[in-house]
Design a protein around this ligand. Structure first.
Ligand code: ADP
Length: 229
């Protein structure tokens, strides 16, 4: 996710107007935002696009961690704002501490977002500009919670039943039931996420059921025009 602390917001929904989004796009690469709740199968789906068709994946979670690494301007700005007690002994960002610090304080959370989000967006744009494929996937767990959807030409939601979602997260992350429920409660509801979808991949069955859905969407995305053609 862009930064875990933003997930308590329940922001506006996208217009869902595919045409508007694709016309707005100025670059030559078509950007598909991939979103879904924790454990819905975003990573699994993105990996399939990559394995089957070599489609590049840009991962907001990874970028969000990279931009606050040691010596990065965002980390320096965070320290300037919150003091160096939010650093570990080795000078890294103490993520649990920051989370705690801003979790119940919307003002602090906004400050943090104002520091981190532009850096994340900047790096996403750099990575998008390097893509030579006709389209790329931009995996952003919190699209439904974020107001800025202008980066995406299209939004793909990976959806699965909440019961299955919980089972998969518990099995993957070895978390307690209540912890998974608490995380899910900080994310957009399934209904809100589906409301912003241009495309939906249903991930209730075995992974073998994903191939056809991925193949069909790949064909759709390849056929979509970008602003340059
Ligand atoms: P996300 O990236 O949305 O958090 P993942 O792709 O990591 O979700 O999937 C969550 C867990 O569920 C992973 O351990 C993954 O291997 C598993 N998983 C995903 N899709 C399926 C599926 N269709 N059948 C069985 N396990 C799945």
């Amino acid at each position: 996710m862009i930064f875990p602390v933003v997930s308590t917001h329940n922001f506006l929904k996208a217009s869902g107007d595919n045409l508007t989004r694709s016309i707005k796009r100025s670059g030559s690469t078509f950007v598909v935002g991939v979103t879904g709740g924790i454990g819905s199968g975003k990573t699994t789906v993105c990996n399939l696009f990559h394995e089957l068709f070599g489609i590049p994946i840009i991962d907001a979670d990874i970028i969000a961690k990279d931009v606050v690494k040691k010596n990065q301007p965002a980390l320096q700005a965070i320290v300037a704002e919150f003091g160096d007690s939010i650093l570990t002994e080795s000078g890294e960002l103490d993520r649990p501490k920051v989370k705690k610090l801003v979790f119940s304080d919307p003002t602090r959370r906004k400050i943090l977002e104002r520091i981190v989000h532009p850096e994340v967006r900047k790096e996403m744009n750099v990575q998008i500009s390097r893509v030579s494929a006709s389209y790329c996937l931009l995996s952003v767990p919190l699209i439904a919670e974020s107001t800025n959807k202008s980066m995406f030409d299209r939004i793909l939601v990976v959806d699965c039943d909440e019961k299955i979602q919980m089972e998969r997260v518990i099995s993957r992350d070895k978390l307690a039931n209540e912890t998974v429920v608490a995380i899910m409660n900080t994310q957009a509801s399934r209904k809100d996420r589906l409301a912003i979808a241009d495309d939906i991949i249903v991930n209730n069955g075995p992974t073998s059921q994903l191939n056809d859905q991925v193949q069909s969407l790949h064909e759709t995305y390849q056929a979509l025009p970008t602003a340059d053609n």
